[in-house]
Write a protein that binds this ligand. Sequence first.
Ligand SMILES: NC(=O)c1ccc[n+]([C@@H]2O[C@H](COP(=O)([O-])OP(=O)(O)OC[C@H]3O[C@@H](n4cnc5c(N)ncnc54)[C@H](OP(=O)(O)O)[C@@H]3O)[C@@H](O)[C@H]2O)c1
Length: 323
Amino acid sequence: MGYSLPYYIVPSIILLILIRKYRESKWGKCRNQVLLNKKVAIITGANSGLGFEVTKELASRDAEVILACRTFEKAELTCIHISELLDNSPKLVPMELDLASLKSIKHFADEVKRKYNKIHLLINNAGVSYPRKMTAQTSDGFEIHMGVNHLGHFYLTQQLLDLLSESSRVVVVASSLHERGEINLSDLNSFAAKKTNLYANSKLANIYFAQELARRTKKEKIKVYACCPGWVYTGLFRHYMRWFHFIIVAPLAFFFMRSPKQGAQTIIYCATEPSLENETGLLYKDCRYYNRRTIFFDNIAKQLWEVSDKMIEDALKKSDVQV
Ligand SMILES: NC(=O)c1ccc[n+]([C@@H]2O[C@H](COP(=O)([O-])OP(=O)(O)OC[C@H]3O[C@@H](n4cnc5c(N)ncnc54)[C@H](OP(=O)(O)O)[C@@H]3O)[C@@H](O)[C@H]2O)c1
């Protein structure tokens, strides 16, 4: 009867912390210390969340990092912020890239080609999920998830392909939510898909893209890795989350949600890990190969490539982009 409340509370808190620590230990940590000595890396969506953490890590390893952000101001501010955090005088290059505009992508790629003759690392990280309006489109009329997450990066990678060569790596930031996605090859741009699946569909397209890119660039010995960072506390769902979601999600988040630094580990692993040198086209999570539940079909990967190509070609014809 003499037991007081702290008698229960303190052990409960310790137990919760231990469970959290146990879970964290399973999330995988990139343990290599590989230095990137002036290697050139491009990372899309570098200004926030996972992109910010990965940029900071690559810069701390002495890479020259191009921050490809939706506005130049965001890229510039991020460069200043990261420079303040690091003490190795990092080489950070701010650039504007709006993946919702083929014109912007072309302009960005032309600028990169003018300044560099080799890219060692391309990290297709930027992403959009649950925009303010679920019927949102890119400026070329693509459904926003498919347009930014897949088609934007698809076009960007194609535009930069000449700068990628032996030992270059392309890291595609996907998500294990691809397991809920589907690819409708006859209408990739479909708004008719169940609303909640639009993001998952684009993430499935990311993985098929990585698979097909790997196949097409095998001869050139370019390495392609798709990865899932896990469930990470970032601004990705900012237009979707209401105050009551935070209350509902908080207990789950305590056990399952990673910090951006923890989420960035598999992306950094795919970008730097020497033991991956002989692998390409696979999916990783928790800094190891992800034994995926989905079966990926080569013919879908090939067809998705062709359909994506055609969609971009048609959109370019309608726009004033000089190809
Ligand atoms: N967070 C998770 O739980 C989770 C799980 C699995 C996979 N992922 C993937 O991780 C990647 C990074 O997301 P995050 O979680 O770090 O979210 P985030 O903090 O919202 O970062 C997304 C980044 O993408 C940029 N972006 C969005 N639309 C763009 C456009 N049209 N052009 C150029 N950049 C654009 C954003 O720029 P603005 O700041 O200008 O909006 C932002 O920098 C995404 O591909 C996401 O699908 C995240």
